[in-house]
Design a protein around this ligand. Structure first.
Ligand SMILES: [Zn+2]
Length: 707
């Protein structure tokens, strides 16, 4: 009888889901430490709560808090004091950076066909209580030049090089004209640069209803999409040249560091650039004459778009920018590692917003505070992370990734020595759909962690929800990862850029996305989030759970869960694609693909070897070996950095990942090689390829030294 009871009890225990979970193997952990890690992680994930996440977001979005303002400083103090109240060591760090505010709303005036002043502010929306806040900045672009120009208007579609080619074919010259372009298909700074390079004297950027307005669905406040009187603010810094403070490229914007003169900064436009709403764009585009739009130029406004360029439609664009050295405030919080305090896992999210920034970025800030609250509770109950965890609340990301870049530049030496990974979270929540971009070595980790976090709506895991939704999008080439959710490459447009592309630190980014039509407008507000983005704040909780679990797993691992076999696979795919492009461009005969394929084979072989060594060392719990393996896994990513930098933009140093010059946000993998192919420049393509080969050889060698 007694024995039967014991047996029954054992059976019950064995089948109880909590127990199976805590005894399941965990990549990177010995059997004993896996059980402990699972328990700590579960304890952590029980902390973040919808009520608390909601309250953080409410507090953070009470006032517009553009970088450098006193309201922005108040959010830094709020974040610091919250983290301190959880028992964490949080400090504010200040930088002095060159930034503009509009002195007065931009003057935009139709001169012909008739004289009419046009609106450059957003309207008050009934129902959204913050939309009437008098401190809302009028529509403007960060780093627009001050200028006063009057000229005929040309509609240039998305404002990319091929759009100007089409215009030229149609006989439309943009020299001396003001171009009006629509948002989309690239970073807006690219649009400003391409306009300036083609001789335009001003650039107006509008949000076309086809992209995020009524063509997508009901507009705010009835639905989540952009209403007629809403525009998209945003920086037009040449981020693809270098991010951060324009006057201190490569160096921290602190006292004693010499500044460039503003006219020497190569990442700034010289022409006035101005965003407008689509009901204003309609008044400029509708009367345009000239040839009917080339193919692909038509947008969602209810008339046929013409290219313009004649005297029929002239506008005056007068921007008045207040440029100054302004203070910004990062909040840096350190949780000292118990065992390896000189190995860092860095988490970052920006805090500054163009207006209220409920989605972008404060859903991420709310998640960071919940992560901090969770870690605080764990520390009190005896958890000690093996490695140091650093939580970073960045400022001035919107102007050009400034807070993160200045900090990364200031501590570059230490970061190169110590940083295991950088985990970014920007606009964390605008809906329920999970997505991620990471370096390939962290694919498995990202998938593993999302398997352990519950999707609040479906009750499945976050991973399952993500995989179900993306399984239709798989291509032939992705058979290697068949059945696995697709993880994209990192381009730019958020704070991982200085860590990955300047310093060579393995990075991740992720978000829960959805129908989000109020990006960089005054309607990206608490009310919008509460009604459309995440009513109930359950995805804020899920974001905190995924992010915190990622950090814990990296901080506590015995053998870091980095997989370079996936990296080799991904680079091979990039190379195959690039060589196809070389074929189309007629460059394939001038290129030798053997050295790269050989380097890739070696790299893949070393990846496999170190993975086996890592598994063995974990099994035998060989601490000395694990230290060597872990350092090799951390340093292999560093080897993709070439100190000479990319062609013509030496701040970017990573040979595999960088934003394209004409994409600005999207990654252009094997960057210089790909750019040379686009430019049909055989000599540059050869050199680009050589540098990738060298980088792969360095990485293979680093992995080899680890085992
Ligand atoms: Zn953002």
């Amino acid at each position: 009888m007694r024995n039967l009871l014991v047996l029954l009890l054992q059976l019950l225990l064995l089948t109880s889901p909590a127990l199976t979970q805590t005894t399941a193997p965990l990549d990177g952990f010995t059997a004993e430490s896996a059980a402990a890690e699972r328990r700590w992680e579960e304890q952590f994930r029980a902390v973040p709560s919808p009520a608390s996440a909601r309250e953080h977001l409410r507090r953070l979005t009470l006032e517009p808090h553009i970088a450098g303002s006193k309201e922005d400083y108040a959010t830094a103090v709020y974040v610091r004091d919250q983290l301190r109240s959880y028992g964490l060591d949080a400090q504010i760090r200040e930088y002095q950076v060159w930034m503009n505010y509009p002195k007065s709303p931009t003057l935009l005036e139709l001169i012909t066909t008739h004289r009419q002043k046009l609106e450059t502010r957003e309207a008050v929306v009934a129902g959204d209580p913050t939309s009437s806040n008098p401190k809302i900045t009028p529509l403007f672009n960060g780093y627009s030049a001050t200028g006063d120009v009057t000229a005929p208007v040309v509609y240039a579609n998305y404002g990319l090089p091929n759009d100007y080619e089409e215009l030229q074919k149609a006989g439309v010259d943009v020299k001396g004209k003001i171009v009006i372009v629509r948002y989309g298909n690239s970073f807006r700074g690219v649009k400003a640069k391409v306009a300036q390079d083609h001789g335009a004297v001003g650039c107006i950027i509008y949000s076309d209803p086809a992209d995020d307005g009524y063509m997508q669905g009901d507009v705010y406040p009835k639905g989540p999409w952009r209403p007629i009187a809403s525009g998209q603010r945003g920086s037009v810094q040449y981020l693809f040249d270098y991010p951060g403070d324009p006057l201190t490229p490569g160096r921290p914007a602190i006292e004693g560091v010499p500044r460039l003169k503003p006219e020497e900064a190569s990442d700034l436009t010289r022409i006035p650039v101005q965003p407008i709403a689509y009901d204003v764009a309609r008044q400029i585009i509708a009367p345009l004459k000239g040839p009917v739009r080339p193919r692909g130029f038509q947008g969602g406004l209810p008339f046929a778009y013409h290219a313009g360029g004649t005297d029929d439609v002239k506008v005056r664009l007068k921007t008045d920018m207040d440029y100054k050295q302004r203070p910004i405030w990062d909040v840096i919080t350190r949780i000292e590692g118990a065992d390896l305090k000189d190995r860092w896992v860095v988490l970052g999210n920006h805090r500054d917003a163009w207006v209220f920034g409920a989605v972008d970025p404060n859903s991420g800030t709310s998640a960071m505070l919940e992560v901090g609250r969770g870690f605080g509770q764990l520390l009190k109950s005896g958890w000690k992370p093996r490695r140091t965890i650093v939580l970073c609340s960045w400022d001035a990301e919107e102007y050009g990734l400034i807070g993160s870049t200045e900090w990364a530049e200031e501590f570059a030496g230490e970061l190169k020595d110590k940083a295991v990974a950088y985990l970014n979270l920007d606009a964390a929540v605008s809906g329920p759909h999970f997505g991620a971009q990471t370096v390939p070595s962290l694919w498995k980790l990202m998938r593993g962690v999302t398997r352990d976090v519950k999707d609040p709506k479906t009750g499945k895991s976050v991973y399952q929800q993500w995989q179900d939704r993306t399984s239709d999008l798989r291509t032939e080439e992705e058979r290697h990862t068949e059945g696995e959710a697709r993880i994209g490459p990192l381009g730019s447009g958020s704070d991982y850029t200085p860590f990955l592309q300047h310093l060579g630190i393995a990075s991740t980014d992720m978000s829960f996305g959805g129908d989000y039509g109020v990006y960089h407008s005054a309607y990206d507000s608490f009310y919008w989030m509460d009604h459309f983005g995440d009513p109930g704040f359950v995805y804020h909780v899920a974001a905190a759970q995924v992010w915190g679990t990622l950090a814990m797993r990296l901080a506590d691992a015995d053998g870091l869960p980095f997989d370079y076999t996936d990296y080799a696979f991904e680079v091979r795919g990039f190379f195959r694609e690039a060589m196809r492009l070389a074929g189309w461009r007629g460059l394939v005969d001038s290129l030798d693909d053997k050295p790269l394929n050989a380097a890739l084979d070696d790299f893949a072989k070393e990846a496999e070897r170190i993975e086996k060594a890592r598994q063995d060392a974990i099994k035998s719990n060989d601490r000395a070996k694990l230290v060597r393996i872990n350092d090799a896994l951390m340093n292999a990513e560093r080897q993709f950095i070439d100190q000479r930098g990319l062609r013509g933009r030496t701040w970017y140093k990573h040979q595999i990942y960088a934003p394209g010059i004409y994409t600005g946000y999207a990654a252009q993998p094997l960057t210089d090689f790909r750019q040379a192919l686009d430019d049909r420049n055989a000599a540059n393509a050869k050199e680009g390829l050589e540098r990738i080969v060298e980088a792969l050889k360095r990485a293979a060698n680093t992995l080899k030294q680890g085992h």
